[in-house]
Design a protein around this ligand. Structure first.
Ligand SMILES: Cc1cc2nc3c(=O)[nH]c(=O)nc-3n(C[C@H](O)[C@H](O)[C@H](O)COP(=O)(O)OP(=O)(O)OC[C@H]3O[C@@H](n4cnc5c(N)ncnc54)[C@H](O)[C@@H]3O)c2cc1C
Length: 450
């Protein structure tokens, strides 16, 4: 008897969500087809963080080879994350969560990390259909898949729409109007190489070390920013979240003027070191990325339940969650495991997937606003830090970072599948697994920023 044909999984978008889903489906014997508008791995972007909940996924591939490759380009030689206020007063040092002492943590240039994961997908034979922009999603029993520009149809048994924050799938598969609202903030971002001339500046030298990476965060009214230097002081990235007064476009290639950044530095009186780094940055390396808020969706599943919206398309995190890419990776693993376990019952797989992922990603998504407010709404001083030692932190709680998506799916698939089959009633929050934790520790106990 011939073995059943592998499930054809049409995946749209080769960001970290789509790549992870494709790799995990391939490793489980399915036939993923990854459709992406870009021609190859994208070099856009600057610094992206992966902590243990996602890093353990990369490390599970090719006996740790992918993890080792990621570690070789990562910002992992920093010892501490230093916090400062707008007067450049030192507030606190925390252990740098992506340091080499910790396993499975990879912060680095997004383009470099992306290329390593993309290469692995290619190595294991994921079918890559790049330079193909999806214009239409198909979700009928006759035709399930996508139509790309030019009219080609790419069909399969199930569709995973990992098409990012400006998702077309949200409207075409879920019937939702675009619901983005400006978060009121945007973020200047830059990545460049520090040359010998730049190195002569004493402010730059202070943030360089030959055997260490440096990561510092400054918090001021309505503004916070990080400066990173790594790879023996060769690479530099900085990000500066600021009020968005000009309604820019939502794009990873929206160029910014240096004078605009300086305007905000002056407005919030950020210290001289910021002026120095902004002034040495080649102007064409500065972008302004609009931070858009999208409310959580009521469901991630199309009416047929054979097409799913996932990753940033379903829960587009603001950077202050520090978990957008990690949650996208968790989605990618969970959906592949559910498809494998459901043995061809796709609607069962997607419903269980949604119940495993919904509350966890929802709570983490929502927290990106409260975290930003805690950073921005206080005059941070060493005295205030003493009073509220748990508030000015990167919110990497054990329930977030020690989470193991492989174990969670193993532990809960059968119970949730039984709930689906028995028609258990409730809304998605009630039917889904609990998030596993909250951000209470960060909140000021005298009633701020909830
Ligand atoms: C170019 C780029 C640069 C980024 N840089 C940073 C950064 O520096 N720091 C940071 O923290 N985060 C960055 N991000 C965001 C971060 O990677 C994501 O928030 C996170 O990894 C979630 O990933 P995702 O796969 O859900 O979505 P995304 O990473 O947004 O991936 C979605 C993918 O879908 C593709 N796509 C969208 N529509 C279509 C279509 N109709 N047809 C075919 N393909 C389509 C997009 O080209 C993209 O590759 C960047 C994202 C992108 C796309």
């Amino acid at each position: 008897m011939s073995s059943p044909k592998p499930l054809r999984v049409v995946i749209v978008g080769a960001g970290f969500c789509g790549l992870t889903a494709a790799i995990e489906c391939k490793l489980r014997g399915m036939h993923p087809i990854l459709v992406e508008a870009y021609p190859g791995p994208s070099s856009h972007g600057d610094l992206l963080d992966f902590v243990r909940n996602a890093g353990r996924v990369f490390d599970s591939w090719a006996d740790g080879k992918v993890g080792r490759r990621l570690a070789s380009v990562a910002v992992n030689k920093a010892k501490v994350l230093g916090f400062y206020n707008a007067d450049n007063e030192h507030l606190r040092d925390d252990p740098w969560p992506q340091a080499t002492d910790f396993q499975y943590v990879y912060a680095g240039h997004r383009g470099e990390l992306h290329e390593i994961v993309y290469d692995y997908a290619k190595e294991i034979g994921v079918e890559l259909q790049f330079s193909k922009r999806v214009e239409q999603y198909l979700d009928t029993d006759g035709e399930r898949g996508v139509v790309v520009r030019g009219g080609e149809r790419i069909l399969g048994d199930v569709v995973l729409a990992c098409d990012g924050p400006r998702s077309l799938a949200r409207s075409q598969l879920l019937g939702l109007p675009e619901s983005s609202v400006s978060s009121g903030y945007s973020i200047f971002r830059a990545f460049f190489t520090i040359d010998d001339k730049m190195r002569e500046n004493p402010d730059v030298q202070e943030l360089l070390a030959s055997n260490e990476d440096i990561v510092r965060c400054w918090v001021g009214r309505d503004m916070h920013g990080f400066i990173y230097t790594w790879r023996n002081g060769r690479d530099c990235a900085w990000v500066l979240t600021h009020k968005d007064d000009t309604d820019i476009a939502e794009s990873w290639s929206e160029k910014a003027k240096r004078s605009d950044v300086i305007h905000y530095l002056n407005k919030q009186a950020l210290p001289r070191v910021w002026h120095t780094f902004v002034n040495i940055t080649p102007e064409d390396r500065i972008i302004d990325y609009k931070l858009v808020w999208r409310d959580p969706l009521a469901t991630w599943l199309s009416p047929s339940k054979k097409a799913v919206v996932m990753g940033d398309a379903a829960h587009s995190h603001l950077p202050t969650s520090a978990q957008g890419a990690c949650q996208a990776v968790e989605d990618g693993v969970a959906v592949a495991m559910c498809l494998q376990k459901a043995q061809g019952d796709i609607a069962l797989a997607t419903q269980v997937f949604e119940r495993i992922r919904f509350n966890r990603s929802h709570i983490i998504h929502q927290a990106s606003i409260s975290t930003r407010e805690i950073y921005h709404q206080h005059e941070w001083t060493p005295a205030l830090i003493k009073q509220h030692p748990n508030s000015l932190v990167l919110p990497f709680y054990p329930w977030i970072t020690e989470y193991n998506v492989f174990e969670d799916v193993e532990a809960n698939f059968n119970k949730l599948a039984a709930d689906v089959k028995n028609g258990k009633k409730g809304n998605i929050q009630e039917l889904a697994l609990p998030a596993g934790g909250d951000y209470e520790e960060m909140y000021f106990k005298n009633g701020v920023s909830k």
